[in-house]
Design a binder for this molecule. Sequence first.
Ligand code: ADP
Ligand code: MG
Length: 369
Amino acid sequence: MAGLTLRNVSKRYDEHEVMSDINLDIQDGEFVVFVGPSGCGKSTLMRMIAGLEEISGGDLKIDGARVNDVPPAKRGIAMVFQSYALYPHMSLYDNMAFGLKLAGTKKPEIDAAVRNAAKILHIDHLLERKPKQLSGGQRQRVAIGRAITRKPKVFLFDEPLSNLDAALRVKMRLEFARLHDELETTMIYVTHDQVEAMTLADKIVVLSAGKIEQVGTPNELYHAPANRFVAGFIGSPKMNLLEGAVDSVGAAGVVVRYPSGETQHAAVEAGNARPGDKVTIGVRPEHLHVSASGDGVGARVMAVESLGDAAYLYAESRVAPDGVIARIPPLEHHAHGDDLYLTVSPEHCHLFDAGGTAFKRVGSQALAA
Ligand code: ADP
Ligand code: MG
């Protein structure tokens, strides 16, 4: 087991800098998830940690020792990719034993390691089969099993579930949680699936365009996003982001005026905000409430999607050129074209300045706890 430290890590391909200023501490035994849109650098960061990609600048330490120049095989890391890369002509047993054989490990030791890994992953009855006789989920387990046999200090998983269908992904997600509980080894897991990130992580690292946007627990990222990017990225359906300008500033927060004239009070610490400053209000769909009276901002129903346990109401409004989404009780009836009002309480408003940085919410510590 091991902790990792990244200090000012950067990556350049020729002149082109694809990652910069990466500073990150990963504790021994932590489950850390890297999320971000495609191309933001998740795999590059992972491959630098594994030693498959040269680090252009900064320091990578594992257990306190700088490993920038240590070859992959000596870093005590095992990596599992999206493509399982199994040998088709070998049995599962041989696939899992292969790395240890190459390393010159003795037969009884290999046998114990393979059988132990197979048992942990519930594939001990399949050891004589060839990869083509397995389902996608079972193949993924073999790839993980091969990593476990090496007894790494750190596991790296790069989008390990993205080749599986939705139902199997849910099942394997639970398997990853169990695996981490059982092995108690440091795990770094890359995904673009935020449900995987929210459910698996002790700590999530949100990346965008080669930079870290925020590091925090799933609850911190959801309830206290540090900026507009994280606010829009974490949460499904997305947070509603509404443009406006500061109208007035007081002890109780900031009053924002939408271009169409309506105002909204946000319970945030005003900081340096001045009347006239451009700001963005953020409201999660579950905090937007429908009211029939003249309270709140006017909206017209575009569509309602019922999910059984809840429903999502899509509406157009003068304050939101792209429309708004509200989570409503499942049996509440609204028809296309209905006019209604949407309200949000001040303490549920997020507020971002023109540069996208979040204002501190009054009581946001409690929300994220
Ligand atoms: P992610 O895994 O988040 O989808 P990647 O880490 O694969 O993103 O890529 C990050 C950025 O680095 C992208 O802009 C990609 O085009 C660039 N990149 C990745 N590998 C190379 C390479 N070998 N040469 C040049 N650019 C690369
Ligand atoms: Mg990738």
